[in-house]
Ligand binder design. Structure first.
Ligand SMILES: Nc1nc2c(ncn2[C@@H]2O[C@H](COP(=O)(O)OP(=O)(O)O)[C@@H](O)[C@H]2O)c(=O)[nH]1
Ligand SMILES: [Mg+2]
Length: 364
């Protein structure tokens, strides 16, 4: 059987959504030959049994059952690699993603040399629905950080709803990080050349049934993906130096954080804030002496530089503290939460300070 389109649906405890999703997809794709591949990670709510039942009944529905839970990204990759069609889509099982976009996205591939179509929650015309303030903040931090590792200007690099050429996925499959929740970012960050993409505005709905699987550890996995993509490539010497200075900053940070949090019993969010600003000051002077010694700021410029460094890093620090606090509130140990926050801050510091503090021209 030839299929034009494969829809990969990762599932973890989605029993209340699956039949409805299949019916909706069938209605949306009347003119198209399609298959669905569910990839289930040992659900305990009856999803497994339901998938077996449906795939026995319908030839164009199949299910990959994985016995130990291995995570969303790897589930999507496994499903996509099993595709029999030239084009493959990934979407949530929970009906948050408008299946009506599938034919529109597919049509984009017939007219252009497109690699990938992304249903974006942030493109013009999109709607976020009942997205909580916490989720919106997380998404914005994630989007901002994602720009560090991808070469194209996507409005929603963390979307879970996209469609791409199966060939493109197969070409990239060896280079994918494959862990965590953010497979779209992984795909874009793993491509040597910028992928040719279009964005389609998505009206994001609320989850139909069941619960979101997003939790604190997923934020940590996201940091892992960023590290992998940033440090897995050839790194400019300046960035290596900046990271070494950053490492000393992490030491300073943890020393100050532990002093305040453990010994003085200061509230975590304040301990983290004080630790961040102390590390920032020591990083500035070390970077000025080593990382940017060819652009070393002196005299009046040293003070102005410090002020701009504080300013640009304050933006990073706000994100650092917000991120660390989110992790901390998700019951992640304070050392891990603090370190992850410090890491995010360091990467942002590098990008922003090279733009504003040690600008090219003038100061050399
Ligand atoms: N196979 C598999 N699917 C998962 C896993 N985690 C989440 N999912 C599925 O991935 C999709 C997105 O997860 P969801 O909880 O809706 O995330 P949210 O939309 O960010 O709240 C849903 O269809 C989930 O059932 C996992 O570890 N394995
Ligand atoms: Mg969802």
């Amino acid at each position: 059987m030839f299929y034009e389109l494969t829809i990969v649906v990762p599932t973890l405890n989605e029993v209340g959504n699956i039949e409805l999703l299949c019916n909706k997809i069938a209605r949306a794709l009347k003119e198209i030959s399609w298959e669905i591949i569910f990839v289930d990670d040992n659900s305990t709510d009856g999803t497994k049994e339901l998938l077996t039942h449906i795939s026995n009944k319908h030839e164009h529905v199949s299910a990959i059952h994985r016995t130990d839970r291995k995570g969303l990204s790897s589930a999507c990759i496994e499903g996509m690699l099993a595709s029999k069609a030239p084009i493959v889509a990934v979407m949530d099982a929970d009906l948050q993603h408008d299946e009506g976009l599938l034919p529109l996205m597919l049509a984009e591939f017939s007219t252009t040399s497109l690699d990938i179509a992304v249903a974006s929650r942030f493109a013009a015309g999109a709607e976020l629905g009942a997205f909580s303030a916490k989720r919106a903040l997380l998404s914005n931090i994630g989007n901002f950080l994602s720009r560090l590792v991808i070469k194209v200007q996507l409005t929603d690099p963390l979307s879970g709803f996209f469609m791409l050429r199966t060939d493109v996925l197969k070409r990239l499959s060896q280079r994918l990080y494959g862990k965590g929740f953010k497979i779209l970012l992984d795909i874009f960050a793993s491509s040597n050349k910028p992928l040719n993409f279009v964005e389609v505005p998505l009206k994001f709905s609320t989850r139909h049934s069941g619960e979101s699987k997003l939790d604190g550890t997923i934020a940590l996995e996201f940091v892992g993906l960023l590290c992998h993509k940033l440090f897995g490539k050839i790194i400019p010497l300046r960035f290596i130096l900046f990271c070494l200075v950053g490492l000393t900053g992490v030491g300073v940070h943890l020393m100050v954080l532990s002093s305040f949090h453990l010994f003085i019993n200061t509230e975590f969010v304040w301990s983290q804030t004080i630790a961040t600003y102390t590390a920032m000051t020591s990083n500035y002077f070390l970077n000025n002496s080593f990382t940017y010694r060819d652009k070393k700021l002196q005299g009046k410029r040293l003070i102005i530089g410090l002020l701009t460094f504080y300013l640009v890093c304050s933006a990073a620090a706000v994100l650092n503290v917000a991120f660390a606090n989110l992790l901390y509130q998700s019951n992640i140990h304070w050392v891990i939460a603090g370190t992850a926050g410090a890491f995010i801050g360091a990467v942002l510091n590098y990008g922003l300070s090279s733009m504003f503090t040690w600008r090219k021209s003038k100061h050399i």
